[in-house]
Write a protein that binds this ligand. Structure first.
Ligand SMILES: [Zn+2]
Length: 423
């Protein structure tokens, strides 16, 4: 007889049901607890054993045993508690993640360039590299360019450090079941198995996971940024297109196939401009990068540097203020629908917002219902320009946090050699 054990995944990614054979339930539960505890340490950074006891509802000796196991796996260490927390009685030791104990490789594929990072347990960026996206933008050439950048960031990985996953962000519709890129319009990709292509070039060195850029931005800001104190968040990714990553009641909202969040194609003006999707008057024709560029007279072929151009502006002109107002109006629709506590503005919107904050607020005020409007805050990403790549890393860490023992047993430590890095 087989039974089901529900294993919590990182916040925002729902629950995973694993099958455990008869007699292995206790072991499955112990591994689940080990992963949950590692998740608290990974996301919390430094956390006392007493806090872990309270958070997990387990007794002190069980927590001590689990912490000991993480120490023996090389994933965490204990240190003296910080002085400020001394109260009555014996202080509880802190548990701290070991950044080089395990790491992931995170990849951010953008229309305007490539970024990769080696990110350690605890979320620390250990090494990074950036490069241009190949002019052809074909999946094969892009994968080759990504591998070249990954060779740079794995070069300094300690020999004891294990690669536990690869996370790739793509600005497009990603099929949840297998990571197929159904459509990435601004890369010209249709039904591209990019994860498989990259996996092949990496020689199967670790499992490659693929996610949508806005979804990953939402995950990162929810776990480590502007939404860390709340459960309901919308991350708006403003690039050539505009997408949303949505966290509702602590869970990622993916829809039936993983395609939810295409907020850029809500129709805002039936008589508006034609959108690449075939409809007319989509929100992204009003507030996407081409609309922003047009408002400030930036040539369309310089859109790749639009963030820098906006950062260099002292104030907004009338056209840009109108874009700000339309941005606020669109946010109001999302606020009315989903009642988020925070709306995080990523991508080019991060550079736009400081110039048109008042217009965004007035657009929001004009269109949002009072009750949800009173609860929402428009914010910039706490993780700055790293939001999406940190989200890609969190996606790749999920397997380790589900079952640290099994994940480490399959992990490679000789990644530099596997990728053909010459010392
Ligand atoms: Zn559209």
């Amino acid at each position: 007889m087989r039974s089901l054990v529900v294993v919590a995944r990182p916040p925002g990614w729902g629950d995973l049901v694993v099958r455990a054979g008869s007699g292995t339930n206790q072991e499955a539960v112990r591994r689940h607890n080990l992963g949950t505890l590692l998740g608290h340490v990974h996301h919390g950074g430094r956390i006392s054993r007493a806090s872990l006891t309270t958070m997990m509802g387990l007794n002190r000796s069980t927590i001590a045993g689990l912490v000991g196991e993480l120490e023996s796996l090389g994933l965490a260490e204990q240190s003296a508690p910080t002085a400020s927390r001394h109260g009555a009685g014996r202080p509880s030791p802190d548990v701290v993640p070991i950044g080089d104990g395990a790491y992931v490789l995170a990849v951010d594929i953008r229309v305007d360039g490539l970024a990769v990072a080696r990110i350690g347990l605890g979320g620390t960026v250990l090494s990074r590299a950036t490069g241009p996206i190949p002019t052809t933008r074909t999946p094969e050439a892009t994968a080759d360019a990504v591998v070249e950048l990954l060779r740079i960031v794995v070069r300094e990985a300690p020999a004891s450090s294990a690669l536990v996953g690869v996370g790739v962000s793509v600005p497009g519709l990603i099929r949840r079941t297998d990571g197929l890129v159904r459509l990435a319009p601004n890369l010209g990709w249709v039904d591209v198995p990019f994860g498989q292509i990259l996996d092949h070039r990496l020689g199967g060195v670790a499992t490659v996971h693929t996610g949508n850029d806005a979804d990953l931005g939402a995950l990162a800001e929810h776990l480590r940024g502007a939404g860390v104190d709340g459960s309901d968040l919308i991350y708006l990714s403003g690039e050539v297109g505009v997408g949303a990553g949505i966290i509702v009641d602590g869970h990622h909202l993916g829809g039936g196939g993983g395609y939810a969040g295409e907020i850029g194609h809500l129709q805002m003006d039936p008589a508006g401009r034609l959108c690449h999707c075939g409809s007319r008057g989509c929100w992204e024709t009003q507030v996407g990068a081409p609309a922003i560029a047009e408002a400030i007279g930036c040539p369309q072929d310089r859109i790749a540097s639009l963030g820098d151009v906006l950062d260099g502006l002292a104030e907004a002109n009338e056209g840009l203020r109108e874009v700000g107002h339309l941005l606020g109006s669109g946010i109001a629709s999302a606020v009315n629908l989903l009642n988020p506590r925070v709306v995080v503005l990523g991508g080019y919107l991060r550079s736009l917002y400081p110039l048109v904050g008042a217009e965004v607020e007035s657009g929001l005020h004009d269109r949002a219902l009072v009750a949800p409007r009173e609860q929402v805050q428009v914010a910039l990403p706490v993780l700055g320009g790293d939001t999406v790549i940190v989200g890609a890393a969190e996606m790749a860490f999920a397997a380790l946090l589900e079952d640290p023992v099994a994940c480490l047993a399959n992990a490679r430590t000789d990644v530099d050699r596997a990728l053909g890095v010459v010392a």
